[in-house]
Design a protein around this ligand. Structure first.
Ligand code: G3P
Ligand code: MG
Length: 249
């Protein structure tokens, strides 16, 4: 099993995160994996965006699950980063799948939790649309589906039991019961926070047979340490600078 460097939301030091411009920098740098995030609007259209709100990464405002897709479609997701990216759009799920297929790019796609009064309905719609979209993926494109939210993963697993699942844990969420979540979600991968991760914890995860991808690792010394402990992959904002750790190994 080759080691992975996963470009976290693209290469957000070089181009605006979670945009096609950002994903193109990944291709230009010869990187094999991206990490990206899915959310759903009030009118049930699925978009590629990390934050719950448009505020930080676009020229519009508001929580995604309260907005109509027309507003999300018109948002400028590039000019906040640099003038030359003015006009970049928030990609749709369909555009993401097309991009992965065209470039044979592997992806970790993270299901963001859904909040609000309509959360259960929107969560079902998000996973149903994502499940259908995965049917269109080129068989050569590898996919890992991750979430901090075990309910999202369980819903998705019900629809597509043969796909690969990962549970995300942050440093505070990683209690002694982590393996319960892993098993309930049918996860083959564990995605722990780099903060607080020790060699002993890595060994324990390995002893259970899990593959381990650690987030978010932007320090080369830490990345080397993690790989020396046996982790399988790292999520990084500087994939262009980390790629040498895994290429041709
Ligand atoms: O999948 C790794 C990482 O993306 C999880 O955190 O908040 O950046 O989506 P976040
Ligand atoms: Mg993410």
């Amino acid at each position: 099993m080759s080691k992975k460097v996963l470009a976290h939301r693209g290469i957000p030091t070089l181009a605006p995160e979670n945009t096609m411009a950002g994903f193109n920098t990944v291709i230009d740098c010869g990187i094999d994996w991206i990490e990206t995030d899915l959310s759903i609007t009030k009118d049930e259209k699925v978009f590629v965006i990390h934050d719950d709100k448009l505020d930080r990464t676009t020229n519009e405002k508001g929580s995604i699950e309260t907005l109509d897709s027309s507003l999300v479609e018109q948002a400028d997701a590039g000019s906040w980063f640099a003038e030359k990216y003015r006009g970049e759009k928030i990609p749709t799920l369909g555009q993401l799948i097309d991009f992965l297929n065209i470039h044979k790019l592997n992806a970790n796609i993270e299901l963001k939790g859904v909040v609000g009064d309509d959360a259960n309905h929107l969560a079902n719609s998000l996973v149903a649309q994502f499940a259908e979209a995965t049917d269109r993926l080129d068989p050569d494109v590898q996919l890992i589906i991750s979430s901090f939210n075990p309910i999202m993963l369980m819903k998705m697993h019900e629809l597509r039991p043969n796909l690969d699942y990962a549970v995300l844990f942050d440093v505070f969420g990683m209690g002694e019961d982590w393996n319960l979540y892993m098993q309930a979600c049918h996860a083959k991968y564990i995605h722990p926070d780099s903060r607080g991760l020790t060699e002993a914890k890595v060994k324990k995860m390995k002893d259970y047979g899990y593959q381990i991808n650690v987030w978010t690792v932007d320090d080369i010394n830490r990345a080397q340490e993690l790989f020396s402990w046996g982790v399988d992959g790292i999520f990084t904002n500087v994939a262009d600078r980390m790629q040498f750790l895994v290429k041709n190994k």
